[in-house]
Design a protein around this ligand. Structure first.
Ligand code: AMP
Length: 404
């Protein structure tokens, strides 16, 4: 079993990395940003919690990882786990082989910003650590248990059969962790029906029945569903042709508007950051107040819709930067769901300490919990388990060869 796992989340000009050590309750975190530019730098903390800020002008991914790991700790990883946004129809974490790299490449049209960056990260860590096992953990994998009536779009069949146009869902690592941890806290050990609201700069909901995702709000891409920081979430699909015909916009401009200029930012014309909007609305900014209202109403609508996928509703888990930290947003959202019998404890909700797990209903009706997400921890756990089963298979093969 690997004793330490390096978790890598690689973007086009940034890398978040964390070294997780078994049997130790600390982690070493780092962020390399502005890679490939004169402003490239690494920020993080050492094992002793000392802040690190190193300027590495023009460094690329490989160099940044090398510098970061050598400075952040004396610990060496035993295995590496990569967060991969799109894994097509792969259903679980996989040891990285040429075939898996091919699958990630083939899913690039479905995640054009993320998957190419992940491939750069894989190439860099393979060069730096040629002897270490590396595992791909996919954001889409947890949702592969969705039934066809949840993942198919009502468009011509050949778009699905020949071009893979279907709903995939994202944030799977977070939904998997939160639903498992939450149902453990609730004493139901993966049984029953739960809704998860992952609310951060990107946001999504998920319905989980007996530990498996049965529906989720994101679709072919992470644009579908909720109002997010800068993403619109659901719009009338005819908005595209309306904008093209009436404003002369091309598809790239429409895509950019829906992904980067919409959501909380677009509605408020102020910020994509929920804290800023709450402060502004308290000072009387009406656009900020409306953005918050739309966010909560649409979230309540999505949770209500997803409850159709559950034979029974046992409760709701809030997570992500907004879900974990904002009692105000949690209360407002539940205010838009009066028919489900949720009974929020005002004190429980308001007094929950930041970053902690806790139950916030008053003991009647479906349960309501705040469960801080731990995507890094989940990636490390899945990586360790894939490596362990790979080693097991290898040992079995070797002993077969010996007895033959
Ligand atoms: P994440 O993407 O999960 O890191 O979440 C980022 C979002 O969480 C941003 O919109 C932050 O404004 C929001 N957030 C963090 N702390 C709070 C808070 N105390 N109240 C409201 N929103 C918060």
């Amino acid at each position: 079993m690997p004793k330490s796992v390096l978790v890598i989340n690689c973007g086009s000009s940034s890398i978040k990395f964390a070294l997780l050590l078994e049997d130790q309750d600390f982690r070493i975190h780092g962020l390399a940003e502005n890679l490939g530019t004169p402003e490239a730098r690494i920020k993080g903390v050492t094992v002793g919690n000392e802040p690190v800020d190193i300027h590495i002008p023009n460094a690329g991914h490989s160099e940044a990882l090398e510098v970061g790991l050598s400075r952040l700790a004396n610990y060496k990883p035993d295995a590496i786990g990569h967060r991969i946004v799109h894994g097509g129809t792969l259903t679980k974490a996989e040891l990285i082989t040429e075939d898996i790299i091919d699958t990630i490449r083939q899913a690039t049209p479905l995640a054009p910003l993320h998957n190419p960056a992940h491939l750069v990260g894989i190439e860099a860590t393979r060069r730096l650590f040629p002897d270490l096992p590396q595992v791909a953990v996919f954001d889409t994998a947890f949702h592969q248990t969705m039934p066809a009536h949840a993942y198919r779009y009502a468009v011509p069949k050949f778009l699905y059969t020949e071009h893979n146009v279907r709903r995939y869902g994202f944030h799977g690592t977070s939904h998997a962790y939160v639903s498992e941890r939450g149902s453990e806290l609730a004493g139901s050990l993966k049984q029953g029906g739960w809704l998860v609201a992952h609310l951060g700069n990107g946001s999504s909901t998920c319905a989980v029945w007996n530990g498996q995702s049965v529906d989720t709000s994101m679709g072919l891409t992470p644009l579908e569903g909720l109002v997010m920081g800068t993403r619109s979430g659901d719009v009338d699909p005819s908005m595209h042709s309306f904008l093209a015909k009436n404003l002369g916009w091309d598809i790239y401009k429409i895509d950019k508007m829906l992904n980067s200029q919409s959501g909380l930012l677009g509605l408020s014309d102020l910020s994509n950051d929920m804290r800023t909007l709450i402060e502004a609305s308290e000072k009387g900014n009406e656009d900020a107040a409306l953005a918050i209202e739309v966010f909560c109403y649409r979230l309540a609508k999505s949770l209500s819709a997803l409850s159709c996928g559950l034979p029974r509703l046992d409760g709701l888990f809030f997570t992500g930067g907004i879900g974990e930290n904002s009692a105000y947003i949690r209360e407002k959202t539940l205010g838009y769901m009066p028919h489900f019998g949720f009974n929020l404890s005002k004190d429980g909700n308001n007094n929950l300490k930041r970053g902690t797990e806790g139950r916030i209903d008053n003991g009647t009706g479906p349960q309501i919990w705040v469960v801080p997400t731990d995507e890094e921890g989940r990636i490390a756990k899945e990586t360790a388990s894939v490596v362990q089963s790979g080693l097991g298979a290898l040992t079995a093969k070797k002993s077969e060869a010996v007895s033959a």
